[in-house]
Ligand binder design. Structure first.
Ligand code: ADP
Length: 467
């Protein structure tokens, strides 16, 4: 990233300098040449008028005209050749060709009335021809009597442009060094927070999770630090709940085993134990083993539900039938305590659900409604739906849940009244299994409860499974 940002700053800084300098030099060249052509054109025209008015083409011994010609040639460091309409050279400022004939295309064209200046860029000279005209007798047309050929060097223009180019190169090198130095340090400033971020992440990876990450300097780095700290907090919470879970599991699994050991030890320590006492203790031992096995089963259910959504076995299911079969299974338990178990369906519902997981979830709710109920109480299960969701309500006339406990009942191993719940065979895992199962269906679960009046759990699940 640092190399990239140096390259970008460097290019962005240098390319405009190079292109602007190059186009300035080009513009200067064009302007200077066209200005020189205009000047020469003007000088040439006034010279042509002078030659015509003095009759120079027939008599060239006019000192003022000759000195004028020499002056122009001198000022512009060029050569002037004057040709008459018979292509004879009347005057050559270099004195080389006088008296000779000049047969050149430009001269012939000019005599015919078409001439244009010519700039030879490679050999650095401007060549132009100017007709010497005089008006015909009736003043309507112009007769070309001769041609002034002017050849002028553009070397001084080239010299200036060369000088400019040299200055540009110096400017370019200076700017390149300055920009490079700037880019070098600026990229260091830009990448510094990233380096610190990497350092911070490495520090975390090494296990120093208690320290907060702080990479200030830029707004963006502040945002990154915040997100990182949030992630860290989440990880810490996860770790904390994992540790809590492990210690809870160990504790819960140990409790029935401790009871079994105490029961067995007390039998072993006594001599001649009555067979009835053996029996009584063994019944207790069997109960504790039963409890241990229930905890293990619940834990396994929970672990299964902790897996990803790809483990969902989704199928179109008749929810009325599903609830009926759960109720059928639980009816004998309700009957034992003379609890009335009613199912109320407002409409038939077919939804895309994992039948096993949903049955487990609802079954836990109804089981609790029976378990934490009063003798001769009631449990009402109802099913309703709209176009998007179906709703299952489990209401009971039971002991209710104290308000301060309602926030925790979905936590693993949480039980409002440990002693009572133990008596009813609770593990504290039922509601967290239910909640996980409902969440895997992208549903929601809520509880309304009043102590000594009853509890209502409402479950809302999408009819069409949302992957
Ligand atoms: P448990 O195995 O103890 O029933 P759950 O996770 O199913 O564990 O429930 C957690 C606690 O919430 C229970 O111990 C009980 O105190 C309370 N609870 C759950 N359902 C009801 C209910 N219908 N009425 C009263 N209390 C309830």
């Amino acid at each position: 990233m640092r190399v990239q940002s140096i390259a970008i700053v460097f290019l962005v800084g240098i390319i405009p300098i190079v292109s602007v300098s190059w186009s300035l030099i080009q513009t200067y060249n064009q302007k200077a040449v066209s200005q020189r052509i205009n000047e020469l054109q003007r000088q040439g025209n006034s010279l042509a008028n002078l030659l015509q008015s003095t009759g120079y083409l027939t008599n060239k011994d006019i000192p003022e005209v000759n000195s004028e010609i020499a002056q122009i040639a001198g000022i512009y460091e060029g050569r002037i050749i004057i040709v008459n309409n018979s292509l004879n050279i009347v005057k050559d400022t270099y004195g080389l060709e006088e008296g000779n004939t000049l047969i050149a295309e430009v001269v012939i064209k000019t005599l015919r009335g078409t001439n244009a200046p010519f700039h030879n860029k490679n050999r650095n000279y401007i060549e132009m021809t100017i007709p010497i005209t005089h008006n015909t007798a009736n003043n309507t047309t112009k007769e070309v009597m001769g041609v002034i050929v002017m050849i002028f060097s553009t070397k001084n223009i080239v010299a200036i442009s060369d000088m400019l180019s040299q200055k540009t190169v110096v400017l370019f090198i200076t700017m390149a060094i300055l920009i490079f130095v700037f880019a070098f340090f600026y990229s260091a400033v830009l990448t510094k927070p990233l380096k610190r971020l990497r350092g911070a992440i490495e520090h975390l990876t090494e296990g120093y999770m208690d320290e907060e990450v702080s990479i200030s300097g830029f707004y963006e780095t502040d945002l990154i630090s915040n997100s990182l700290n949030q992630m860290l907090l989440r990880m810490k919470n996860l770790e904390k709940s994992r540790q809590e879970f492990v210690s809870n599991v160990s504790h819960e699994l140990k409790t029935p085993l401790t009871s079994v050991k105490v029961l067995a030890d007390s039998l072993l320590m006594q001599e001649n134990v009555a067979p009835e006492l053996y029996r009584e203790f063994l019944v207790d031992i069997a109960e504790e083993i039963e409890r241990e096995s229930k905890i293990i089963n619940d834990l396994l259910s929970l672990v299964k539900l902790d897996k990803t959504a790809s483990d969902m076995n989704i199928a179109s299911t008749n929810i009325n039938d599903l609830l009926e079969s759960v109720l059928k299974r639980l009816r004998p338990i309700a009957k034992k305590r003379n609890i009335e178990l009613v199912f109320e369906s407002f409409r038939p519902v077919v939804a895309e659900v994992d039948e096993v997981k949903l049955s487990l979830a609802i079954s836990n709710l109804i089981e609790n409604a029976i378990k934490y109920n009063v003798e001769d109480g009631w449990v009402r299960v109802s099913l309703n739906a709209d176009h998007k969701y179906f709703y299952v309500k489990v209401a009971d006339s039971g002991i209710g849940i104290p308000e301060d406990a309602q926030d925790f009942i979905f936590d693993r191993f949480y039980r409002v009244d440990k002693a009572r719940s133990r008596g009813t065979g609770g593990t504290g895992l039922g509601l967290s299994i239910t909640k996980n199962a409902i969440h895997m269906h992208k549903g929601a679960i809520k509880v309304y409860s009043k102590e000594n009046e009853g509890t209502t759990f409402t479950v809302r699940v999408p009819i069409n499974y949302i992957a």
